[in-house]
Design a protein around this ligand. Structure first.
Ligand code: ZN
Length: 158
C-alpha cells in the first residue's frame, strides 16, 4: 500500500469512528471554534487537574481532515501535561505546514504522521489546526482563570 493511501485510510478511520466523541459532564475547559473557510466546527471539553489533561472529548462536524485531526488529538493528549500539549501543538503545526515533524511527534506515532500530506493543500491547514487551536485557546483561558483565583486567594490571606 502506498504511503498516501495508508494516510488516507487512517484519516477516514478516525472520521468514521471518531475517538472520544461527545461532551464531558464535568469539564473545567470548554471552548467551541469554527473554521468559516470550510464550515468546520469543534466543541472541545477538557478536564485539567494539577496541570495534566485527565480527560477530553470533542464534538462537531466538518470535513474529514478537521474531524480526524480532533479525534487523533484527543487520543494523544490524554495524560499529557499542559506543557507537553503545547509542545505537541507547535510540532503538529510545523508538520501540517511543512510536511516534516520533529522528534516528539515521531515518538507520538503514525496517526499524527497521516497529516503530513496536508502541507500540499495550504487551505486545508486551517482544517487540520482547528482542534489544536481550540485546545490551546481553551488551555489559555483556563490558566488565566487559575491565576485570577490564585490572586484572589493570596489577597484573601493577606
Ligand atoms: Zn475543513
Amino acid at each position: 500500500m502506498a504511503l498516501d493511501q495508508l494516510y488516507q485510510e487512517i484519516l477516514l478511520d478516525h472520521y468514521k469512528q471518531p475517538r472520544n466523541k461527545g461532551v464531558l459532564v464535568d469539564p473545567n475547559v470548554r471552548l467551541e471554534l469554527k473554521n468559516p473557510f470550510c464550515g468546520d466546527e469543534i466543541l472541545l471539553t477538557l478536564r485539567v487537574d494539577d496541570g495534566v489533561v485527565t480527560d477530553v472529548a470533542f464534538s462537531g462536524h466538518g470535513c474529514v481532515i478537521s474531524q480526524a485531526s480532533a479525534s487523533v488529538m484527543t487520543e494523544k493528549i490524554k495524560g499529557m501535561t499542559v506543557q507537553q500539549v503545547k509542545q505537541m501543538a507547535e510540532q503538529f503545526s510545523d508538520l501540517v505546514k511543512t510536511g516534516h515533524a520533529e522528534t516528539v511527534l515521531r515518538e507520538g506515532g503514525d496517526d499524527l504522521d497521516a497529516f503530513s500530506g496536508v502541507c500540499e493543500f495550504p487551505t486545508r491547514v486551517k482544517c487540520a489546526m482547528l482542534a489544536w487551536r481550540t485546545l490551546l485557546q481553551g488551555l489559555e483561558h483556563h490558566e488565566h482563570q487559575h491565576h485570577y483565583l490564585d490572586d484572589e486567594k493570596s489577597r484573601a490571606t493577606d
